[in-house]
Structure formats: structure tokens, C-alpha cells
Design a protein around this ligand. Structure first.
Ligand SMILES: [Zn+2]
Length: 257
């Protein structure tokens, strides 16, 4: 080694390289929403017709899937653009009435441009125990100090009261575990919301496996916070999303049409 750099110096050096060397996606917003649906389906987030993905178009409209279309059937051509009152602005069909709580979150959180709500199997199982999600592994640290917990609430989320309840429970965080139900992740863009949802389900799976083997030891906050910031670098998130998108497109590229 010619010189001994500090960890902070190495991080800054590598971040600068990532900014120029990692190629990112150039998909449209509609294409990204379709890709998220396919990515999450491949990762076990389907639950029949339950769950919604949405992406903000502007302060009055968002993109979401049409009710009756499964995550593995979503494509650019069958997505909807709807108003905050869930009236269809473009596309054919109707949105899931449970999209109503998305409108509440978008109104309360101007920093949020994408919402994922799903019932993947390990998250659903964990939600039945009425215990919070434990972020205890480095990979899960994208969610460190980002997850709130609502053990009891009035599901199904089709009313305005559930919109208020979920938005209040989420607060300023990026994720929420809904008791006896599933997960919500929110983010600055589609790519980040997707990665958070994938890691949420993985964290729930890890937690259940670890709980069955022993007592989970809390992760230390300083390295966890460092991992959080490192893993959520925009270029890294975009590159991770691109990887998952390529995997989904190898299964079926029709989602882009
Ligand atoms: Zn749900």
C-alpha cells in the first residue's frame, strides 16, 4: 500500500467513483412502476390482487396498477394514472380502492414520490406476532431507524380513516409494519421504494429464522447508521434496482410494452 487512507477518505473516493462509473437506468416513470411490480412478484410479494404500487406524477395525480391485474401481469399499457380521489385520468379500468391511503401519504409527505404496499409471506407471518420488525443485519440497514409499527388498526385500508391512521403511524419514517397485514415503504423515488420493500421482506425472514434459533442481539447503532447511509446512496440504489429489473426482464420483457 502506497498510503494509508482513513475509512472516511476511502468512502469519499469510492462514492466519487460510483457517481461516474455505475450506469443507471433511464426508464420512464411508467416503465419503472411496471418493473417494480414484476420485481416484487418475483420476490414473493404477490398476494392475489392485494397490494398496490404507486408513483407520484404531480401533486394531484399518481400512477398505479389497475384492480384485477396481478403484479406479474402489470405492463406499461395497463397502468393507470389516477387523481387523489382515485378518479381515472388515463388508462382503462379502476384502481384498487385501498389506494386511498396513498393519497393521504402523498398529501402529508412531499418528500415521498413512490409508495409500495404488499403482503409478502414472511412480513405477513411476522405481522401476526404483533412484534416490531428488527433490523439486525447489515443488508437490512437500509431500514435502520426507518420502520414504525402499527400493531392494531382497522384494516382493510379503503376508508379515509385508515388513510389518516396509516399516515400518522408512518410519521416521517420510510417504512411501516401493519399488524396482521403487511408492509408499507415510501421513498424519494421508485428505485428506493423497491429496494426498501425487498429488504423489508428479507429482514422479516431473517428475523423469524433468528427468533426460531435464539435471542436476537441488537445491532450497534453507529455501524448500522453508517451502513444505512452507504447502502442508500442514490447511485447504489439505482444500480441495485437495475440489476433486479434485468432479472425481471429476463423472465418476461413484456412489462415494458
Ligand atoms: Zn394490504
Amino acid at each position: 500500500m502506497e498510503s494509508i487512507l482513513s475509512k472516511d477518505e476511502i468512502k469519499q473516493f469510492e462514492l466519487a467513483k460510483m457517481a461516474t462509473e455505475i450506469s443507471c437506468c433511464d426508464w420512464s416513470l411508467l416503465e419503472k412502476v411496471a418493473l417494480v411490480c414484476r420485481i416484487l412478484f418475483e420476490a414473493g410479494h404477490d398476494s392475489g390482487l392485494s397490494g398496490q404500487i404507486s408513483a407520484r406524477v404531480n401533486n394531484a395525480e399518481f400512477i398505479t396498477q389497475s384492480l384485477g391485474v396481478g403484479f406479474d401481469e402489470v405492463s406499461v399499457s395497463n397502468l393507470l394514472t389516477v387523481s387523489s380521489e382515485l378518479n381515472v385520468v388515463s388508462g382503462k379500468g379502476m384502481p384498487n380502492p385501498a389506494n386511498r391511503f396513498h393519497s393521504w401519504i402523498y398529501a402529508a409527505r412531499p418528500d415521498v414520490n413512490c409508495i409500495v404496499h404488499t403482503h409478502p409471506i414472511y412480513t405477513a407471518a411476522l405481522s401476526m406476532l404483533e412484534v416490531p420488525l428488527i433490523v439486525g443485519h447489515t443488508d437490512s440497514c437500509v431500514l435502520f431507524d426507518e420502520v414504525n409499527f402499527l400493531p392494531k388498526w382497522d384494516g382493510i385500508p379503503v376508508g379515509n380513516s385508515e388513510g389518516e391512521t396509516i399516515t400518522k403511524a408512518l410519521g416521517s419514517k420510510k417504512a411501516l409494519l401493519l399488524g396482521h397485514h403487511g408492509l408499507v415503504t415510501v421513498a424519494r423515488n421508485v428505485e428506493e421504494a423497491c429496494i426498501l420493500a425487498l429488504q423489508f421482506e428479507r429482514a422479516a425472514r431473517l428475523q423469524l429464522m433468528a427468533m426460531s434459533a435464539g435471542q436476537i442481539v441488537p445491532i450497534e447503532s453507529t455501524p448500522a447508521a453508517e451502513a444505512h447511509d452507504w447502502l442508500l446512496q442514490e447511485n447504489r440504489v439505482n444500480a441495485t434496482f437495475s440489476y433486479y429489473a434485468r432479472r425481471a426482464l429476463r423472465v418476461d420483457s413484456s412489462c415494458l410494452s
